[in-house]
Design a protein around this ligand. Structure first.
Ligand SMILES: Nc1ncnc2c1ncn2[C@@H]1O[C@H](COP(=O)(O)OP(=O)(O)OP(=O)(O)O)[C@@H](O)[C@H]1O
Ligand SMILES: [Mg+2]
Length: 324
C-alpha cells in the first residue's frame, strides 16, 4: 500500500438541521489526482474546507499529509495549498504583487520570494501581465494566477475547487497540463469539478458525492462499468430506409428526428460482429454506425438524484469511435 496523502473516516458536517456530509470516507494515495464529483450543493466545497482546516467537521477523523486535522491543524496547513472555488486574487494590485504577498505570508525571505515569484510567473505564462493590475486579467489568467499563488509555499498536497470553471477549452487544456505536471513532481491533487470529462482525463480515482454520502468511488473505468447502457447507433439519411430498418429491428429504440436507431450492446467485438451479421442478413444498410460506451455523464446521472436515471441519451458525442 502506498502512503495516503489524505485519509478520512466518517466525516460529518451539518448546517443547522441540514446534513451536508453524512459520514464520508476518503483515501487518496500520495502523488495521485483524486476528483470529487457531485451536483451543486452536494458538499464538495464543504469537504475541501474541512480537509484544508478552514472549517471543522462535526464528526469523524481525517489525516492530511500524515497529520491529524483535529489535533495538528497547523502541520496540515504547512503541507497544503488551497485554490478556492472563488478567486483569492486581489484585483487592485498586480499579479506580481499578489505573488509577493503570498511569499510574505509564507515567510519567505525577500530574495527567495522574488525568485519563486519569477519562476512561477514564467511557468504560468504570466510574465507579460505581471506588472498589470490583476483586475485587468481575463478569467483564465486569474485562474492561473490563483494556482500560481497556491504554489508559492511548495505544498505537497493541493486542493483545487473547480479550477477550470468558466475557462474556454484551450485554457482548460492548459490547466490540465499544469495539474498533470504538478503530479509528475510528486504533488497530490484533490480536485472538485463540474466537468466530468475533466475527471475522466485527469483523475486516478473519482468519488461521486450525493445526499451526504459517497455514492460510488473508483477509477473512471470502474465507475463506467457500474452503468449498463452501451449501444450501437445506426443513422440513416433516407427516411424510407430508416422506417424499414425500424420495422425490422423492433428491439431498437428510435430517434425519428435524427433518423437513428439504437441497439443495446456491450461493445465487445463478438457482439458487434453479430450485430453486423444480423443487419447484413436483414438487408439493412445504415449510413453511419457508431459504438457508444457509457461515459462519466451517464454515471453521474445514474448516481445523483438531480437528474433522472439515464435512458440512452441522444447527446452527440464526437469522441466516440465511428466505425463506418
Ligand atoms: N456557511 C454555511 N452556512 C449554511 N449552509 C452552508 C454553508 N456552507 C455551505 N452550506 C450548505 O451546504 C451545502 C453544501 O454546500 P457546498 O458549497 O459544499 O456544495 P458544493 O458541492 O461545493 O456545491 P457547488 O457545486 O455549487 O459548488 C449546501 O446546501 C449549502 O447551502
Ligand atoms: Mg462548491
Amino acid at each position: 500500500m502506498s502512503t495516503l496523502a489524505i485519509a478520512a473516516n466518517g466525516l460529518r458536517k451539518s448546517y443547522g438541521d441540514k446534513v451536508v456530509l453524512d459520514g464520508i470516507d476518503l483515501a487518496v494515495p500520495e502523488g495521485t489526482i483524486f476528483s470529487l464529483l457531485g451536483p451543486n450543493g452536494a458538499g464538495k466545497t464543504t469537504t475541501v474546507q474541512i480537509l484544508s482546516t478552514l472549517i471543522s467537521a462535526d464528526g469523524g477523523q481525517a489525516r492530511v499529509a500524515g497529520h491529524d486535522l483535529a489535533t495538528d491543524a497547523q502541520a496540515v496547513r504547512a503541507a497544503i495549498g488551497v485554490t478556492g472555488q472563488f478567486s483569492a486574487v486581489d484585483g487592485l494590485i498586480t499579479g506580481e504583487e499578489n505573488m509577493l504577498l503570498m511569499a510574505d505570508l509564507h515567510h519567505l525571505s525577500k530574495a527567495e520570494g522574488r525568485r519563486v515569484t519569477g519562476e512561477l510567473l514564467e511557468r504560468f505564462d504570466l510574465v507579460e501581465a505581471a506588472k498589470k493590475p490583476a483586475s485587468t486579467y481575463s478569467g483564465g489568467m486569474k485562474r492561473r494566477l490563483d494556482i500560481a499563488m497556491t504554489l508559492v509555499g511548495s505544498p505537497r498536497i493541493i486542493f483545487l475547487d473547480e479550477p477550470t470553471t468558466g475557462l474556454d477549452p484551450r485554457s482548460r487544456h492548459t490547466m490540465w497540463g499544469i495539474i498533470r505536471e504538478l503530479v509528475t513532481g510528486g504533488v497530490t491533487v484533490f480536485l472538485t469539478t463540474q466537468y466530468l470529462e475533466e475527471a475522466d482525463q485527469l483523475a486516478d480515482r473519482i468519488a461521486v458525492l450525493n445526499n451526504g454520502k459517497i455514492a460510488a468511488e473508483g477509477t473512471a473505468e470502474e465507475l463506467k462499468r457500474l452503468i449498463p447502457g452501451g449501444h450501437v447507433r445506426l443513422r440513416f439519411t433516407d427516411p424510407a430506409a430508416y422506417r424499414s430498418a425500424a420495422a425490422t429491428l423492433r428491439g431498437a429504440s428510435r430517434d425519428d428526428e435524427a433518423l437513428a436507431l439504437q441497439i443495446p450492446s456491450d461493445g465487445t467485438q463478438r457482439e458487434l460482429l453479430s450485430i453486423l451479421d444480423w443487419l447484413d442478413s436483414a438487408g439493412i444498410e445504415a449510413d453511419e454506425l457508431t459504438v457508444h460506451t457509457p461515459d462519466l455523464d451517464d454515471v453521474f446521472f445514474a448516481l445523483t438524484d438531480s437528474g433522472s436515471v439515464p435512458q440512452q441519451s441522444s447527446r452527440p458525442n464526437p469522441s466516440k469511435e465511428t466505425l463506418r
